[in-house]
Design a protein around this ligand. Structure first.
Ligand SMILES: Nc1ccn([C@@H]2O[C@H](COP(=O)(O)OP(=O)(O)OP(=O)(O)O)[C@@H](O)[C@H]2O)c(=O)n1
Length: 424
């Protein structure tokens, strides 16, 4: 029973065919449909020119006319309808007048990247698979359509797509495809970092990040990005940690950076070059920075391994970088613990320490700046933030109860001391 998404796509195909054009479902939706995987979106290829597609449907958006793509809206669902074309130009280097439209599905499929992505389906559900994509998938092989070197030179991003599809679908990269990838990897310098990021994010966030990592290391592609990345150090270092048991691409990235001992400033710069969002950068950076703080405090405490000291260090770090970062870091440490003994305590006990924290941020304290000012009968100054910080630290370390009266009394004492030092 076709779902609503597929019904809309078939409706578009049938309308085009009804008007005498050729039209097929193509690309990822055919591949995933055949493999019984969930389909995220449906793409349609047609012999109709973009303006003919626009004329045929009520609601259209000229999303990518330079590629011959028009988005058709059925209800609220968008469907990309692309006119059959010859070239595999996915960066949009060619001007619209240079795009060569054709009248032939076979030629359109021929310019696509991999055999499993070069399949089509007609309105009756008949599979069209001229390059034996399904045979390849069943044999566990990922293969370029035709000459791999040509496919990669048409769009160098396809090399990263190659690693992504191989890891995501658990496929072995066929020999001539792999050789062409190794020979062509320097072409990656032409690819916008944003596109590189999207692929890396999907690869590392996908079903088999460890295979993705191994392929990144073995191919050495990261040495050839447009802007130099510290992450490329994995190529020589061959990280050992298993990423698969960590949830999501950000924790996995943090784990890699920590294992590679790349400092938080360099991590921030890498992620900025890769155009990650501010929140994503902050999530990874804070884990790496918390890791740095834990280790420098640990060293300062002159190797005293006593649990009380470790707990204190852990809590002070949590106050600085937030409980979220510490939860993530503890998971990272659990993975690293196999290879780096020193992190064992934090990976085992860190969670319990976080759980038992009476307060981890100012908003959780039973006093506010306003209350303090009222009790101290004074005006705000820079000391107020410092005082609140000291109260939070004392509560978090269990030296003071998180109780309003106790906090106000402690504040009075501290305030007197602060005024003393200010006088001196
Ligand atoms: N650099 C590219 C990008 C895309 N394609 C073709 O365009 C189709 C659609 O591309 P895209 O939506 O990017 O990927 P999907 O294959 O649909 O897979 P996914 O959405 O999982 O990335 C691909 O199947 C492939 O046939 C290509 O040949 N070369």
């Amino acid at each position: 029973m076709p779902d609503q998404l597929q019904q809309g796509a078939l409706q578009v195909v049938k309308r085009l065919v009804g008007q005498g054009y050729q039209a097929y479902l193509v690309g990822g939706c055919v591949r995933d449909g055949q493999l019984g995987r969930p389909v995220k979106d449906y793409d349609i290829a047609t012999s109709a020119k973009p303006e003919q597609v626009q004329a045929l449907f009520e609601r259209t958006i000229p999303t990518g006319l330079q590629h011959g793509t028009v988005t058709v809206l059925i209800g609220r669902t968008p469907y990309e309808v692309t006119t059959f074309r010859k070239e595999g130009d996915y960066e949009g280097f060619r001007r619209p007048s240079e795009v060569e439209y054709i009248d032939n599905l076979q030629e359109d499929l021929q310019r696509r990247d991999f055999t499993m992505n070069a399949m089509a389906m007609d309105q009756d559900g008949q599979l069209i698979d001229p390059f034996h994509g399904m045979d390849d998938v069943r044999a566990g092989i990922l293969r370029c359509v035709g000459h791999a070197a040509e496919r990669f030179s048409e769009d160098a991003l396809r090399m990263l797509r190659c690693l992504r599809f191989a890891s995501e679908y658990g496929l072995r990269i066929e020999d001539s495809t792999w050789q062409a990838l190794l020979a062509g990897k320097t072409l990656l310098r032409h690819i916008a970092m944003e596109r590189v990021r999207a692929e890396l994010e999907r690869m590392l966030g996908g079903r088999n990040p460890d295979l993705a990592l191994q392929l990144l290391v073995d191919s050495g592609v990261l040495d050839h990005t447009k802007q130099e990345l510290q992450l490329a150090r994995i190529v020589g270092a061959k990280p050992k940690t298993e990423l698969g048991s960590l949830p999501g691409s950000l924790l996995r990235l943090a784990c890699l950076y920590i294992e590679m001992q790349i400092d938080s400033a360099a991590v921030e710069e890498d992620l900025r070059l890769l155009t990650f969002s501010k929140q994503q950068i902050e999530a990874v950076r804070s884990m790496v920075a918390a890791h740095e703080m834990l280790h420098s405090l640990n060293e300062q405490s002159s190797g005293d391994e006593e649990a009380g000291t470790l707990k204190r260090i852990w809590i002070l770090t949590a106050l600085r970088y937030g409980v979220e970062a510490m939860h993530g870091l503890r998971q990272v440490y659990r993975q690293l613990a196999n290879s780096q003994e020193a992190d064992v305590h934090w990976s085992q006990e860190g969670e319990a320490w976080l759980h038992a924290l009476p307060a981890s941020k100012l908003s959780e304290l039973q006093v506010t700046g306003q209350l303090l000012l009222a009790r101290l009968d004074t005006k705000p100054g820079p000391w107020l933030g410092r005082l609140l910080g000291e109260l939070l630290e004392a509560v978090a370390l269990g030296l003071l109860p998180n109780d309003q009266e106790a906090l106000l009394e402690a504040a009075q004492l501290n305030y007197a001391k602060i005024r003393e030092t200010e006088k001196r």
